[in-house]
Design a protein around this ligand. Structure first.
Ligand code: DAH
Length: 335
């Protein structure tokens, strides 16, 4: 028995453990029910009584020696696998650090220009009531002007806002002039989705209310904005238009020319690209918001962020902004 015990211990010590698989082989050979040590324990009853105690001790010692070899090896190779089992000479993974979404880049740039001109930033809810989205803005009930914007209704009188002009109303209701604010945000329209329109998109609304604000101030503010954003020397033009909440109303175009195919396509051959709607805030709107229209006047404007981003980056399909396709987004990481 004693020789056999020594023999097993010797074998165990000589057993080469160089990998996780070897650890398992060791366990199968020395520590399972079919292994030698179990057989030795089974044979203990054959040992003469006077030697039993001694042999039993030796066997127990053998078992703890084997278990120690196993535990040490297991620890070593398990740790190895988790912490060190890498080829340190391999080039590292190219972790994506992600980037800022192109719409956010454009939005931030637009905002920063108006901040420099003394505007502040205000926000309002995307779920809006009829008063703030329509009635206060001089869209009479059942007036066809409400059809200008296809609305997602939630329940009676409550809808997803169709434009950020609703924030104008909230600001005027809560603050006395002078007011100089821009309101960026998401808006929703029940429109067919195509490369040029989506059921939601982003706008930036501007509002300036003070004594003696005139159309000249409107033109100059927007002209300055265009020079900053689109570049010094960019030409602008104002065309008469209609919005229920402004009187007079206008749309502003910038001149791109028709030299490149892209410019031709974008401007439908005219060289002019429409970028925003604007006008003098209608006196009815001022009154609705509790502002003295004899004392104060003001202008407002609203522009679509996607439209400007599409132009800036030459993006042809508006839907790509919302698909979260990393192949598209990665192109803006360096911006
Ligand atoms: N709310 C308009 C729209 O969504 C955009 C707009 C036009 C806003 C003229 C204005 C404005 O503040 O004066 O189409």
């Amino acid at each position: 028995m004693k020789e056999k015990i020594e023999e097993v211990l010797k074998q165990a010590k000589q057993f080469k453990i160089a990998s996780k698989e070897d650890v398992e082989q060791f366990r199968l050979k020395f520590l399972t029910r079919k292994s030698d040590i179990n057989e030795l324990f089974a044979r203990l009853k054959e040992v003469p009584t006077e030697e039993k105690r001694n042999v039993g001790q030796l066997l127990n010692q053998l078992r703890s020696d084997l278990e120690k070899i196993f535990d040490d090896a297991k620890l070593k190779f398990d740790a190895n696998e988790e912490d060190f089992n890498y080829d340190l000479s391999l080039p590292s993974f190219n972790f994506s650090t992600t980037g800022i979404h192109p719409l956010s880049v454009v939005k931030t740039e637009l905002i920063s220009i108006f901040l420099k001109m003394g505007f502040d930033v205000s926000e309002g809810p995307e779920i809006e009531d009829d008063w703030h989205n329509f009635s206060a803005l001089n869209f009479p009930e059942n007036h066809p002007a409400r059809d200008m914007q296809d609305t997602f209704f939630i329940e009676n009188e409550i809808s997803l806002r169709t434009h950020t002009s609703s924030v104008q109303v909230r600001v005027m209701e809560n603050k006395m002039p002078p007011i100089r604010t821009i309101s960026p945000g998401r808006v929703y329209r029940n429109e067919a989705i195509s490369s040029r329109s989506n059921c939601f998109f982003h706008q930036i609304e501007g509002l300036y209310i003070d004594e003696k604000v005139s159309f000249a101030d409107l033109k100059q503010t927007l002209f300055l904005f265009v020079q900053e954003f689109f570049g010094e020397g960019t030409r602008v033009r104002f065309r008469p238009s209609y919005f229920p909440f402004t009187e007079p109303s206008a749309e502003m175009d910038i001149y791109l020319g028709t030299e490149s195919d892209a410019d031709k396509r974008l401007t439908k051959g005219t060289g002019w690209l429409e970028i925003l709607g604007c006008g003098m805030v209608d006196t009815a709107v001022l009154k609705n918001c509790g502002i003295d229209s004899d004392k104060y006047s003001g202008f407002a404007f609203g522009m679509g962020v996607e439209r400007i981003a599409m132009f800036k980056y030459g993006v042809k399909d508006l839907r790509t902004f919302f698909e979260n396709d990393t192949r598209f987004l990665e192109q803006f990481y360096a911006v």
